[in-house]
Design a protein around this ligand. Structure first.
Ligand code: NAP
Length: 252
């Protein structure tokens, strides 16, 4: 635990989609770095387990069960966190879903659900956090994008639209809030070993690896390391950026 984050000045971070995968690794890393972490996702059990694990390791955590696709509930949840904690320094919008399919066959529902969970929810969190971050004259907004949002991906018109939307939204937030000490950035993973990629066939896996400079899929901890820096106090001059953590897959 870093001395810089003594309890009195502990930065509070909200991480959505913290129950597993990349979000779990981000929450664990931020707690290790001395943040108080508020874990959010739909399923209470894994959040309670992670909270206990973080506290056993000497960290500080709380959790809130919320479906980020229910935007009104999400808004209340963020307001509740600010009220309970008295501050909110870092938000990491990581909760995400895919509903893949070729565009010609994609239903309106599959398009809209992916936009709501991956993009609208991030907007609601950033908007709800902005006021207290501006008042504090400190804030770090980190939106978890995807290389699909940077270069597109066949079968992911919905997901790529949402992730590209995050980039435009983040740049706009960066322009609006930079003068108040609030930064906004996207961390865009390539292919990372989680439930989301567990069903990639061997052929796709081999093709993906071929396009990568670093010959392995990413680990959740690789993404967490980037988030740890982008959300740190020392990253105050980094804003409006999209950082692809993808083993050299895109290099864009
Ligand atoms: P994952 O293993 O499928 O986990 C998704 C997380 O999001 C879970 O904690 C899940 O929690 C939460 N979540 C999903 N829908 C939610 C909802 N409606 N409300 C609240 N929480 C919700 O995914 P992952 O691979 O860790 O992905 C995390 C982020 O990285 C996503 O934004 C994803 O798009 C992005 N990403 C992943 C990869 C990759 O290769 N894995 C690549 C690029 C980008 P509950 O189910 O408990 O609610």
């Amino acid at each position: 635990m870093s001395a810089q984050n003594a309890a009195s000045e502990r930065r509070v971070a909200l991480v959505t989609g913290a129950s597993r995968g990349i979000g779990r690794a981000i929450a664990t890393r931020l707690a290790h770095d001395g943040r108080r972490v508020v874990l959010a996702s739909r399923s209470e059990g894994p959040l309670a387990e992670l909270q206990a694990e973080i506290e056993r390791a000497g960290g500080s955590a709380a959790y809130v069960a919320v479906d980020v696709g229910d935007l009104a509930a999400l808004q209340s949840a963020v307001e509740g966190v600010i009220e309970a904690e008295g501050r909110l320094d870092i938000v990491v919008n990581n909760a995400g879903i895919t509903r893949d399919g070729l565009a010609m066959r994609m239903s309106d529902a599959d398009f809209e659900d992916v936009l709501r969970v991956n993009l609208s929810a991030a907007f609601v969190v950033c908007r709800a956090a902005a006021r207290s971050m501006m008042k504090q004259r400190f804030g770090r907004m980190v939106n978890i994008g995807s290389t699909s949002g940077v270069v597109g991906n066949a079968g992911q018109a919905n997901y790529a639209a949402a992730k590209a939307g995050l980039i435009g939204m983040t740049k706009s937030l960066a322009r609006e809030l930079g003068g108040k000490g609030v930064t906004a950035n996207v961390v865009a993973p390539g292919f990372v070993e989680t439930d989301m990629t567990a069903n990639l066939g061997d052929e796709i896996r081999a093709r993906v690896l071929e396009g990568m400079s670093v010959k392995r899929l990413g680990l959740p901890e690789d993404i967490a390391a980037a988030v740890a820096y982008v959300s740190s106090d020392e990253a105050g001059y980094l804003t409006g950026q999209t950082i692809c953590v993808d083993g050299g897959l895109t290099m864009s």
